[in-house]
Write a protein that binds this ligand. Structure first.
Ligand SMILES: Cc1cc2nc3c(=O)[nH]c(=O)nc-3n(C[C@H](O)[C@H](O)[C@H](O)COP(=O)(O)OP(=O)(O)OC[C@H]3O[C@@H](n4cnc5c(N)ncnc54)[C@H](O)[C@@H]3O)c2cc1C
Length: 405
């Protein structure tokens, strides 16, 4: 197996025929929600049956874990032709998995469970709808080798600590469903402005979620997160409603590649909605410490005017940094009847609030083809904004956003 593994690694990714076989295999086996959930369940059941001790690495409820597992497999299979992107993704995933104490032997066990899960989806009966063939066996074996080796290599290449501890020093409910949580990490976490980290809170052990620090890293270890309560969610409602000063949070390896390319002669377009402004805010804060910057247009969106909870901070940065233009956008022109707070008026010289879905508003300005573009927000906001920008003439390869899950 190790010789084959090296063959995969030396090449430029998997062979196009193998990729096509994998893509059609996954599509046909998991063409609805039920079969996707079944595939994840078969994988985890097989893994835990073979290695019962691994069960303790995972949360009690496995439903959302199974969903994430399938989305990751689907993402890798769909994007196999972009082998560099996939290699980068798997390397990051391996670094990220260090938080579970996962080692190479765990990846190998998961690789075996994955191959078994696929085979069992084909069934053993001669009357199965889809047939398991030697070509498919070879394709899935190459796939698991690629995933296992890239993730394990990624994890082993990272020499920074896998976990950091941090203490909550303040918790502020700035909206009914949104809290700003400040912490002090010991030692400071060396993340880049724009990156995100895995977070585990004491109220929800083993339920890791990603959050983006809203300030740049600093020598005092101060961190700030902006968290919105997702209705029906496990972790975000607990952060917004149950967090106490003094709580100890655990954080994992910083990930993600949202950053301004200062070597480029392109100006920057940033589009953030809701708490999605966090990684953009951290970057403009860091840029405000630099002598020279490209021009930055920062569109800040929310459903109602009151959802633009951090506008004053952004206006404040913009007032002393002429390279930064902040444009507020709300989908609705007025606050809802149940919100009594004032609607902020822009200070002199600042852009007035525009009305409409943020992607549509931004693309009404024409093509942003000459910009480096960053988008941050909910998965649906990112998808619709990418779509609107592309329709307006912005090339896809200039648009950056974090993974959608
Ligand atoms: C790279 C990255 C960075 C992130 N940074 C932030 C951040 O800075 N601040 C922040 O508030 N959130 C951020 N998130 C979202 C966060 O990781 C969680 O997904 C979110 O807090 C919901 O977690 P939960 O446990 O409450 O919901 P879950 O229990 O995980 O999910 C419950 C249900 O809500 C749906 N759901 C999950 N997240 C969303 C969403 N964002 N919008 C709509 N539906 C959703 C799920 O599909 C599921 O059906 C980030 C996500 C990613 C991938």
């Amino acid at each position: 197996m190790w010789r084959e593994l090296q063959l995969v690694r030396k090449g430029d990714g998997l062979d196009p025929t193998v990729i096509a076989r994998l893509q059609s295999s996954l599509d046909s086996l998991t063409d609805d929600e039920e079969s996707r959930a079944h595939f994840s369940a078969v994988f985890y059941t097989g893994l835990f049956a073979e290695h019962p001790l691994y069960r303790s690495l995972f949360p009690a409820g496995m439903e959302s874990q199974g969903h994430r597992f399938f989305r990751a497999i689907e993402f890798v299979v769909k994007n196999l032709p972009q082998h560099r992107r996939i290699r980068k993704f798997l390397t990051q995933l391996g670094r990220d998995h260090r938080r579970y104490g996962v080692e190479r032997e765990h990846y190998e066990a998961a690789g075996v469970a994955l191959e078994r899960a696929v085979r069992s989806m084909y069934g053993t009966s001669a009357h199965s709808r889809y047939k398991w063939t030697p070509e498919l066996e070879d394709a899935w074996s190459q796939f698991t080798d690629l995933v296992v080796s890239t993730m394990a290599d990624g994890a082993e290449s990272d020499t920074t600590p896998a976990l950091w501890g941090a203490t909550v020093v303040s918790h502020e409910r700035v909206l009914d469903d949104l809290a700003i949580v400040r912490l002090e990490a010991d030692p400071p976490i060396p993340y880049g402005a724009g990156q995100y980290v895995g977070v585990q809170i004491p109220q929800r052990p083993k339920m890791w979620r990603y959050y983006s620090p809203a300030i740049p890293t600093n020598p005092f270890g101060q961190l700030e997160f902006h968290i919105r309560k997702v209705s029906g969610g496990w972790v975000s409602p607990a952060i917004v409603s149950e967090t106490n000063v003094g709580d100890r949070w655990v954080m994992s390896t910083p990930l993600g590649g949202l950053e301004v390319d200062f070597t480029s002669d392109r100006d920057v377009l940033m589009i953030g909605s809701g708490t999605g402004i966090a990684p953009l805010r951290a970057q403009v804060m860091e840029m405000s410490q630099r002598a020279h910057n490209p021009r930055v247009h920062l569109f800040v969106g929310g459903r109602y005017p009151c959802d633009l909870y951090d506008l004053e901070t952004l206006w404040h940065i913009s007032l002393s940094n002429p390279w930064l233009t902040v444009v507020p956008v709300s989908e609705e022109p007025e606050n809802p009847w149940w919100h009594n707070g004032p609607v902020l008026e822009p200070p002199f010289g600042m852009h007035s609030r525009l009305i409409g879905p943020i992607g549509k508003v931004v693309s009404q300005f024409g093509s942003w083809a000459d910009r480096q573009v960053q988008i941050s927000g909910s998965p649906s906001m990112i998808k619709t904004t990418v779509y609107a920008l592309r329709a307006g003439g912005t090339p896809l390869d200039q648009i950056r956003h974090d993974p959608l899950y």
